[in-house]
Design a protein. Structure first.
Length: 304
């Protein structure tokens, strides 16, 4: 390339050729600048994009990082061509220099531009590596916190389960009945600050919603106790009145489980073990009796 440019500069038509070369060089240089800017931005944004969509961030980042030398190898020839051509245009102004001097100037100019690009590439690569390390560290910290949270939940659940062991299970009185097709499962309750949530939202059933509490302490909400309990034994069953997550009323009204008055009187304690706030809540108990002709009685009391 240097020999060709040197020959052109000594040729009789050098002036016209230099003008044409100058136009081509500046157009190509602008194109390379735009291409480089897009590549630089893409390199910067890869960590954020990949951490958001990748399924195995650390190792895939590692593989991507190992591709950087190949990317640089492909990019440098294009950069070299553009910068070397611009250097040739600058040297064309030095018409009084010898061929050797012109070629030396071309080499220096080319080296100068290449060093600038290499420095930019190195800086972008360092920034990429630093950002990758930060994202990896964030991921590792999050994993540690998640593990600690899971361990804490397990400890809490174990303690709850131990406290619930003192309560006798309530059997399904009609376990062989077919599971109702119109049964519905709204979700497993989450208790936060004494309030009941389903899928992260405060449960709101101002009329009533069926519930069961399983033997391992899960509070399930839905419709039809036989469906919710899958005909298995439970610790509690009935319906709840819930307003913005706050329990307003607990009952023992369940046709399949039919909790007795004595069993129902233990329900508030069970709910409290699950950390449900029962302040200003009522307990409604229905039970069979010989005290009246109907053979049925319901009483409502304020939960203490």
């Amino acid at each position: 390339m240097q020999g060709g440019i040197g020959f052109a500069l000594t040729d009789a038509l050098g002036e016209a050729f230099e003008n044409l070369l100058s136009q081509i060089v500046y157009n190509f240089e602008d194109f390379l600048k735009k291409l480089w800017e897009k590549f630089r931005i893409a390199i910067k944004e890869i960590p954020n994009w990949y951490l958001k969509y990748g399924s195995n961030q650390y190792y895939r980042y590692k593989e991507l990082g190992e591709l950087m030398p190949d990317i640089i190898t492909l990019l440098v020839p294009a950069l070299k061509a553009g910068k070397a051509s611009k250097a040739a245009e600058e040297i064309s102004l030095l018409k009084n220099l010898s061929k050797a001097e012109k070629e030396l100037a071309l080499e220096k100019q080319t080296q100068k531009y290449l060093e600038g690009y290499y420095e930019t590439l190195r800086k972008e690569s360092d920034d990429f590596s630093k950002k990758l390390e930060e994202k990896t560290a964030e991921s590792e910290v999050k994993e540690v916190f998640d593990d600690a949270e899971n361990e804490l939940d397990e400890i809490v659940n174990t303690k709850i389960f131990e406290k619930l062991k003192k309560f006798n299970s309530i059997t399904n009185k009609y376990p062989n009945d077919p599971i109702p097709l119109d049964g519905k499962f709204y979700g497993t309750a989450e208790v936060e600050n004494g309030l009941i949530k389903i899928d992260g939202a405060l449960a709101n059933y101002p009329q009533n919603v069926d519930y069961i509490i399983t033997n391992d302490g899960k509070l399930l909400l839905g419709r039809k106790h036989h469906f919710l309990g899958e005909a298995k034994d439970v610790l509690a069953a009935g319906d709840l009145k819930l307003v913005k997550g706050k329990v307003k009323r607990i009952s023992n009204l369940s046709g399949h489980y039919q909790p007795t008055k004595i069993e129902a009187e233990q329900f508030p304690e069970i709910f409290k073990i699950l950390n449900v706030d029962l302040k200003n809540s009522n307990l409604n108990i229905g039970y069979q009796t010989t005290e009246n002709l109907q053979g049925w009685k319901e009483i409502t009391t304020k939960i203490k």
